[in-house]
Design a binder for this molecule. Structure first.
Ligand code: ATP
Ligand code: MG
Length: 276
């Protein structure tokens, strides 16, 4: 027998609002946390809060309709663009946060894709303070360097949506991510991100690497092992994305019979991340 109490309990605990944050969904994009491995990370987070403040001011100051504040995070694959965008969105405290990615539009026609993207904007315009993450812009427009090809239809829709004025008293923060800056520049999409284009970089020296390794919860390196890694990586060319690094650390943790440090370094060398 279902009673009123059950109903109220369900409302309180089980029914997820259609609007508002989708905490659990967003969590999946940030499973490795945000490790502060150096100045570049702080720089991006700071730019994120500046953009958030600008979006807030847009609602407070403008007498008529304001504009969305659009910030682009661009950098190599695996550098942590999506996680940083989610982090900035979280930090904003805005009530409506949505992540828009082609990974959830597989098999969609161009028209369906545009409608799905537009729906995010329509919903965001209803919220007082909203963030939309346009994750992997090249994927959203189906960009392929071979040809090159892309969906002009989705491209136009994105450009119009990103630059459209807002209803009165609304704040909208747009966070785009891409690893194809050059291509998007040619297509005129980068230019829509008027609040700035920040570069998300890889870890490129042994200080940054050691800082990251010390701060990863799951890194089980001893002090001696860390010292060896430091010695072995100093003055050698390094270029590794945080996502890839975390994967290598995870693999290294499973190693038992072998020299763990050797295994760790070899994996980085094999992938061309560390100079031999
Ligand atoms: P892709 O090019 O495939 O889109 P990406 O650049 O978007 O990759 P993410 O998917 O964001 O990379 O992966 C970064 C991973 O590293 C996440 O699991 C995140 O939690 C973790 N991480 C740890 N520290 C940081 C950091 N300082 N910045 C970004 N991500 C971090
Ligand atoms: Mg990503």
């Amino acid at each position: 027998l279902v009673q009123r109490g059950d109903f109220m309990h369900a409302l309180e605990h089980d029914v997820k609002p259609a609007f508002g944050t989708q905490e659990e969904e967003l969590d999946r994009y940030i499973t490795g946390g945000i490790i502060d491995w150096g100045e570049p990370v702080q720089h991006i987070v700071q730019n994120g809060s500046l953009a958030t403040r600008a979006a807030r001011a847009e609602a407070e100051q403008s007498l008529d309709s304001g504009r969305p504040v659009a910030l682009l995070l661009e950098g190599p694959p695996n550098s942590g663009k999506t996680a940083l965008a989610v982090h900035i969105a979280r930090q904003s405290g805005f009530s409506y946060v949505r992540l828009c990615t082609s990974k959830r539009m597989i098999g969609y026609s161009e028209v369906a894709k545009c409608q799905a993207i537009k729906q995010h904007f329509d919903d965001a315009h209803k919220a007082k303070q909203a963030v939309i993450i346009l994750d992997g812009l090249e994927g959203l427009i189906d960009y392929s360097p071979v040809g090159p090809r892309y969906s002009n239809y989705v491209l136009q829709a994105l450009r119009d949506l990103i630059t459209a004025p807002l209803p009165k008293n609304r704040s909208l923060l747009l966070l785009g991510t891409t690893s194809c800056r050059e291509a998007l520049l040619e297509l005129g999409l980068v230019q829509c991100f008027t609040a700035g284009k920040i570069h998300v970089s890889n870890l490129t020296n042994s200080d940054e690497l050691l800082e990251a390794l010390k701060k990863v919860d799951s890194a089980e390196f001893t002090k001696e092992e860390l010292d060896r890694i430091k010695k072995e990586t100093q003055n050698r060319h390094l270029n590794v994305g945080i996502k890839e690094l975390l994967d290598v650390v995870r693999m290294t943790n499973r190693v038992e019979e072998m020299d763990r440090v050797r295994y760790f370094l070899d994996r980085l060398i094999e992938d061309g991340r560390l100079q031999e």
